[in-house]
Design a protein. Structure first.
Length: 94
């Protein structure tokens, strides 16, 4: 018979495995906080969602224009684009 402590450890390992599959590691500069922007990946220290940056880039905006419009550095814009590339790769594999 499994002890309560053993069951708790097993559940925690299961939870961590599910978390890792649902939320793979984010690129540096991108964070996902449950209470901010509905938990969606966003630029650190802002409320600008990474998918908003990716969407603007897909519409033909340059990195410089995106940075100017959203008051972001080119590094922050590039981090969001890296996130978008990772997300696209995950969708292709699934």
């Amino acid at each position: 018979m499994t002890s309560t402590r053993g069951r708790a450890r097993k559940l925690e390992r299961l939870r961590q495995g599910i978390q890792a599959r649902l939320h793979p590691p984010l690129p540096a500069g991108i964070v996902a906080t449950p209470g901010t922007c509905s938990g969606e990946p966003r630029i650190a220290r802002t409320r600008v969602r990474a998918r908003t940056i990716v969407s603007a880039f897909r519409r033909g905006w340059t990195v410089e224009r995106i940075g100017a419009e959203f008051l972001l550095s080119s590094n922050e814009v590039e981090a969001a684009l890296r996130w978008g590339l990772q997300a696209a790769r995950r969708r292709v594999r699934a």
